[in-house]
Design a protein around this ligand. Structure first.
Ligand code: FAD
Ligand code: NAP
Length: 547
């Protein structure tokens, strides 16, 4: 068994039933703020967190090079002016230890820990319609009851190992990016294989290459990558931003991604000359960042031809940076439109392939067959390895929810209800599971926006809703099935009007065999979505059933 698997094991303990006003599952960005908001309403709240500390994504993903790809001055809570005035972000894109420190600071600053139970994995959540009560059980054997239940379980919190046979026989050590050992890993002098070339791999590969004796990168499909141009944050820039934080956040809220500082594109790609396009892409490349790059022309994510102008620009960059022509060609993405899989942001990724100790192995041409005691075997070659790193992603969007045995009215199972794909109203609730809220659930903008912003919007909406239900002396709120059907159709229609669903990405569940292919994020923009949620609330929660 690997160290990664051991970290998820939870000891068995005594049974202990307690009653709360609300239970929150997860203590990442979402769970922490949810606790703060519900507690401020006077509710007795319990938070269960499977990890041994708060932080969520930033607790589990401790792999080398892990950092945010949305700038830290944006990728941070806005709910408390003093917090955003006090906290200093050292770099443009904070690294994982800094974000984890920030979330720990938030937990301490707002005295949240006393209501959080760590090392507590929730295994079931069952609803009793008569009592309007959720009963949650943990793997450790604890049982709690509460009228309200909030799933703040994360969109990217269920690590996904590939279906490659032989992992149990591997004599070396293996790791998954999303279950990284607390104490870190020293790859010095080792022969290391990294499987995957998504955002996690792109961040870790340049750093592992510096330590390892030999690094093999096993790539199935190449990804588009643009430079981060990360750098220490200039004190004056930081201060200027802080002085106008409220205005910056307000400006960000008017954008689809909730990120300020990027002028809204006004032209289509072919409304300008080829020279102008090239010059603009060069400017964006020099500036760094994914949002900025994709926010260049209005039609980049809806027109194949427009998109191809940006895609080809990046391919040309790869060919310029990577010296070996075959490696460069293998690194050029050819299976999807740029931006339809998460656009990766790097520091020295392509340059790493110019190192003598790094080799790209194209496993699209010769697929991985199995893991062997001494390493890994593809269709035409064996690789001796001391360590294997799975940067193979997550069972996204629904993975963490399905790991819990969630049952709503009449004992209906969430997993069964969503067998053909998730259905929600606003991504916040799903019909038949009253009083259970989901933070950044399927059908909300979630992973297609600055997630901290999306989380704050959801948490605020949920807290206001809970307050209203209690104030009106109601017992139950549930999504109306017809409102849910309309919303789910609308989410699909908006998705289908873009290029996103064409890619075999985790956005459509393509990375998990057997998962129904549904593009779940709502991509009309967080600005549009926020307005819709506000309207629904203003109409006394139109589209929800209350009693
Ligand atoms: P999480 O942080 O995933 O927290 C969920 C928590 O719930 C976890 O701690 C988990 O242990 C716990 N949990 C789940 N199931 C159970 C259970 N059954 N019982 C008890 N506890 C449970 N987004 C951006 O917008 N910008 C970025 O730059 C960015 N970078 C990222 C980098 C990485 C490496 C990854 C993996 C994701 C990144 N994301 C980014 C997305 C990121 O997940 C969100 O930004 C945000 O951190 C999610 O917070 P959350 O609280 O919703 O979920
Ligand atoms: P990912 O984007 O899903 O990438 C997984 C990689 O593993 C892909 O390259 C995939 O190849 C490969 N893979 C999976 N199974 C394989 C197999 N059997 N054989 C060979 N290759 C296999 O996962 P991720 O990199 O962990 O990122 C997930 C998401 O987390 C990101 O999209 C992003 O939203 C977030 N994230 C953000 C950052 C950041 O920069 N802030 C960093 C990390 C993660 P195929 O493409 O061929 O399927």
């Amino acid at each position: 068994m690997s160290n990664a698997t051991q970290m998820k094991d939870v000891p068995t303990a005594v049974t202990n039933t307690q009653r709360y006003d609300a239970v929150v599952v997860g203590a990442g960005f979402a769970g922490l703020y949810m606790l703060k908001r519900l507690r401020a309403l006077g509710l007795r709240v319990r938070v269960f967190e499977a990890g041994s500390n708060v932080g969520g994504t930033w607790f589990w993903n401790k792999y080398p090079g892990a950092r945010c790809d949305v700038e830290s001055l944006e990728y941070s809570y806005s709910f408390d002016e003093d917090l955003q005035q006090d906290w200093v972000w050292p770099e443009r894109y904070a690294e994982q230890p800094v974000i984890l420190k920030y979330l720990n600071h938030v937990a301490d600053r707002f005295d949240l820990r006393k209501d959080i139970e760590l090392n507590q994995r929730v295994s079931s959540a069952h609803y009793d319609s008569e009592g309007c009560l959720w009963t949650l059980s943990t793997q450790r054997g604890d049982v709690v009851e509460a009228p309200f239940c909030v799933m703040a379980t994360g969109c990217l919190s269920t690590a996904k190992l590939p279906e490659i046979p032989g992992i149990d026989r591997f004599k070396g050590k293996w790791y998954h990016s999303g279950l990284w050992p607390e104490q870190g890993v020293d790859f010095t002098g080792q022969r290391v294989g990294v499987i995957g070339t998504g955002s996690s791999a792109v961040q870790m590969i340049p750093l592992i290459a510096k330590e390892a004796k030999q690094l093999y990168v096993f790539q199935r499909h190449a990804n588009f990558v643009v430079p981060a141009h990360n750098r220490p944050l200039d004190a004056a820039v930081h201060q200027a931003h802080q002085e106008n934080y409220v205005e910056h956040r307000a400006e960000a809220q008017l954008t689809p991604f909730c990120i300020g500082g990027h002028p809204k594109p006004t032209k289509k790609a072919f409304e300008v000359s080829a020279q102008e396009r090239q010059a603009t892409y060069e400017t964006k490349w020099a500036k760094g960042g994914a949002i900025s790059f994709l926010y260049t022309y209005t039609d980049l994510l809806v027109s194949k031809e427009a998109n191809e102008t940006a895609g080809e620009f990046v391919r040309q960059k790869i060919r310029q940076i990577v010296k070996d022509p075959q490696t460069a060609e293998d690194l050029c993405p050819n299976d999807h439109y740029i931006g339809t899989k998460r656009l990766c942001v790097d520091t020295g990724y392509f340059e790493t392939y110019n190192r003598n100790n790094v080799r790209l192995v194209n496993v699209q041409k010769a697929p991985i067959q199995q893991i062997e005691p001494e390493g890994l075997k593809t269709e035409n070659e064996s690789f001796a390895l001391d360590a294997i790193v799975f940067a193979t992603g997550f069972d996204a969007m629904t993975g963490a929810l399905f790991e819990i045995d969630i049952r709503g009215k009449q004992g209906a199972e969430l997993k069964t209800k969503w067998a053909d794909g998730p259905a929600t109203y606003l991504g916040l609730m799903t019909a038949g599971f009253p009083n259970m809220f989901i933070v950044t659930g399927p059908g909300s903008p979630s992973v297609k926006t600055n997630m901290v912003c999306a989380i704050e919007q959801h948490v605020d909406w949920i807290a206001d809703c809970v307050e209203q239900i209690r104030a009106q002396r109601l017992h139950e709120i549930d999504a109306d099935p017809s409102a849910q059907a309309h919303w789910t159709q609308h989410v699909n229609d908006v998705g289908d009007s873009t290029l996103y669903p064409l890619a075999n990405s985790w956005y459509v569940g393509a990375n998990v065999p057997g998962k129904p292919r549904v593009f779940t994020p709502y991509v009309a923009g967080l600005d549009v979505y926020r307005k819709k949620c506000d309207e629904v609330a203003a109409q006394n929660y139109a589209g929800f059933l209350k009693r």
